[in-house]
Ligand binder design. Sequence first.
Ligand code: TYD
Length: 230
Amino acid sequence: MPHRHRGKFITFEGLDGVGKSTQLERLAKHLRERGLNVITTREPGGTTLGEKLRSVLLSSRTSGLSPLAELALMFADRAQHLDEQILPALQRGAWVLCDRFTDSSEAYQGGGRQIGSENVLQLHRILCHDFQPDLTILMMSDMARTVARARRRNVAQSKQMQDDENRFEKENRAFYERVLAAYVAIASREPERVVQVDATDAIPKVHKKILQITEERLMPAQRGAREKTS
Ligand code: TYD
């Protein structure tokens, strides 16, 4: 993709319940107020096909899904999402903020399900043009607290919905430890793309930190100008 006028692609990663979607929406609001065209989206989901795949992938009614089938469905979702939504939006000059991307597959299927990073990265090369985010915010928090929060939230939501999104939250501690270890390994392998953010602070403080990282990494000229006038 020609780089000159394209928008920026920012992904949010971390364990279930760490507060990604709140921070993603806050950053989107801020960037819109600065006059940028911003779209927010998520994986699995983000397209008509993706939302159907999401309900299969996340519903605890889905039983016996093999780890490789799960990985294949995550990538079917992503390949469609990239070609239908993400790449055209970037091409138009929009900024795309996405809740989860390939790092989630590397962490959950590669690490959690023990399929291995290399298999996931190979699929990314074949199915997703090896397309990389400009910036990935990896939100880190205490594992037990984060997963417990996601479980409580999903139980509350599933009371209002016909189906639930609890399949992953039913996994055990060892699974989430592997997911977390895979995330940490990605961050140390690609420090130029992935920035870890302490998500245990209050929401406004975490937002400020994420904004600062975004400015430093993706809008250095604007940051310089703002500092001169303040
Ligand atoms: P999400 O809706 O972001 O959950 P939460 O808001 O709880 O963080 O993601 C749904 C689940 O899907 C989450 O448990 C992680 C899992 N997932 C994978 O296992 N692999 C993937 O590639 C993606 C995108 C998500």
